[in-house]
Design a protein around this ligand. Sequence first.
Ligand code: UT7
Length: 328
Amino acid sequence: MSRADGRRYARVAGTGSYVPERILDNAHFERLVKTNDAWIRKRTGIERRHVVAPGETTLDMCEQAARRALEAAGWEPGSLDLIIVGTTTPDLVFPNMGVLLQERIGAGPCTAFSLEAACAGFVYALNLAETMISGGRARRALVVGGEMLSRITDYGDRSTCILFGDGAGAVTLEAAGEPGVLAVRTGADGRYQHLLHTTSGIGRHFDRLIHEGHYIRMQGSEVFRKAVSVLTELAVALVNDAGLAPGDLDWLVPHQANIRIIQAIAEKLSLPEEKIIVTIAEHGNTSTASVPLALDVGIRSGRIRRGQTVLCAAFGGGFTWGGALFRY
Ligand code: UT7
């Protein structure tokens, strides 16, 4: 499809990702809580997850992913005019992670900020970057999702601790005469916040944050059901928005929360598994980093090729959700 129609679009120039060296396999959790490797594999699809080394932070991981995405695009950091970092685990409340990353990679004084939309944060950030590029307010954007969920995981809670990992993924987006991004949708429903949330923050239970820690809490099976229905509806809506049919999709890059969620969506969309990028066995659930990490794995492994259509979709705490359909 050619759309040299005088409009301005955003296209993916390059991708990058990073996961820490340290690996926690399922056997590690058998020593911590009442669980076992077979249950974890069968119920989640997870075999291992990467976690930061002492002293390593979200910013360190975002830096590595960003440098790789810049290198893939052949861009100097100084040529960026927009940086957005999605994360729920920033190094600091402020300066924001966009600014910290801007300084770390030596980008110029461009617009730089972070946003928090849980697992959908990367797609929210991509949506903003696409809007700014197509609106003429930016030409070269760096969009990053990074998390050190190991910092907010309760390793005494078997229903959540087995799920989460650390990592970062990044995309460079540039202005182009043809798409690029074909459709984006984001949404949220705060009525469900009690099903997936953190135990404390700056304005709520601050004492708990200081003295007891700050942890993820989830009512997994209810989140599971909602994730399947929202992500399926989102995918169908995006395909329609782009004027395509489900069969036109070359790749689905879903949020990597549970292999059974991914399989349920694929079945509802009649999408064969060869068209789905699945990294959950290796990464676990890395929240905001999950989609850009999987996207980078798909591209660097040579499966996702230029000209192909890619649908990314994520769902998480809030609830928040978001999806993007683009031609790579
Ligand atoms: O990233 C944001 C979005 N997140 C998601 O989409 C995650 C959605 N939820 C899930 O992936 C799944 O609900 C979980 C993997 C979290 C849980 O799997 P489930 O099949 O929904 O299990 P369940 O919560 O219904 O629990 C079934 C049983 C329970 O035992 P009883 O009450 O039947 O005796 C749990 O206590 O499994 C038990 N269980 C475990 N057993 C062994 C829960 N966690 C574990 C565990 N090891 N780690």
